[in-house]
Design a protein around this ligand. Structure first.
Ligand SMILES: Nc1ncnc2c1ncn2[C@@H]1O[C@H](COP(=O)(O)OP(=O)(O)OP(=O)(O)O)[C@@H](O)[C@H]1O
Length: 235
């Protein structure tokens, strides 16, 4: 297993956000975490990468316990997160946004800046522009490219389609499909149709607990399950 999350409990101060979440992602899989607002999707990803460490339970990456490692050490091991708010450095150029994230370590590097410029024409075109001048969709592309130059073995994407126009969501979907051929991916999404199209397996979270786990195809064919745990049924 590439990622094993076992019975994690995560708190913000006194308030409990996760109550015993367990999930696993195998090498090469694309897995989606679904659930209504506040269900605990972001917190699960934050717990995996050490931003909000769980107070109980275990996170293992390739069998190694990483539960209490600092976030920067987890990133260097190859778990790279594209956060929901993208966190582009607005005053740095697009190229500088990538340079600061470029992995320089012993693991094999497959995403050079040149490769990113080749495969993301939009980023190449705007490479000298300040990050803040990019549109929402372009910023999402940049956030994904920035995670890729961290040479992820496991790529975590928090709501990659959120707030984007349908045509951009389609582009992000194509990118996700091509990345999933070579990278293991765990992503969250509120857009059920998008999630079911791109994930092989899904977990549904409700109130900080896993309430469903199974193939995307099963969830796609079960409107009752969709209605019970998710705000919108798949279109
Ligand atoms: N920084 C924080 N401080 C306190 N409570 C928080 C914080 N972030 C999230 N929470 C709470 O933790 C719970 C889980 O939130 P989380 O953001 O993980 O859910 P989510 O499924 O990602 O939802 P969304 O789609 O709204 O991001 C919610 O009850 C939320 O209010």
């Amino acid at each position: 297993m590439m990622l094993e999350v076992e019975d994690i409990h995560t708190y913000y101060g006194e308030s409990r956000a996760l109550s015993g979440v367990s999930l696993a992602v195998d090498e090469g899989e694309t897995v989606c975490l679904l659930g209504r607002n506040g269900a605990g999707k972001t917190t699960t990803l934050s717990s995996v990468v050490g931003i909000v460490p769980p107070s109980q339970g275990t996170v293992r990456f390739r069998g190694e316990d990483i539960t209490r490692r600092p976030a920067h050490a987890i990133t260097r091991m190859g778990i790279c997160l594209v956060p929901e708010d993208r966190r582009i450095f607005g005053d740095l150029s697009v190229a500088e946004n990538l340079e600061v994230a470029l992995y320089r370590g012993p693991r094999q590097a497959t995403w050079s800046l040149e490769r990113v410029f080749d495969e993301f024409p939009v980023i190449a075109e705007f490479k000298d522009r300040p990050g803040k001048t990019l549109s929402g969709g372009e910023q999402q592309m940049l956030a994904i490219a920035r995670a890729l130059v961290g040479q992820p073995e496991l790529l975590l994407l928090d709501e990659p389609s959120e707030g984007l126009a349908p045509v951009i969501v389609h582009q992000i979907g194509r990118l996700l499909a091509s990345l999933s051929a070579s990278t293991t991916i765990l992503f969250t999404d509120q857009n059920l149709a998008f999630a079911l199209k791109h994930a092989q397996r899904c977990y549904i979270l409700a109130k900080g607990e896993v309430v469903y786990e199974g193939p995307a195809a099963t969830l796609r064919e079960d409107p009752e399950l969709q209605e019970r745990y998710l705000s919108v049924a798949a279109g």
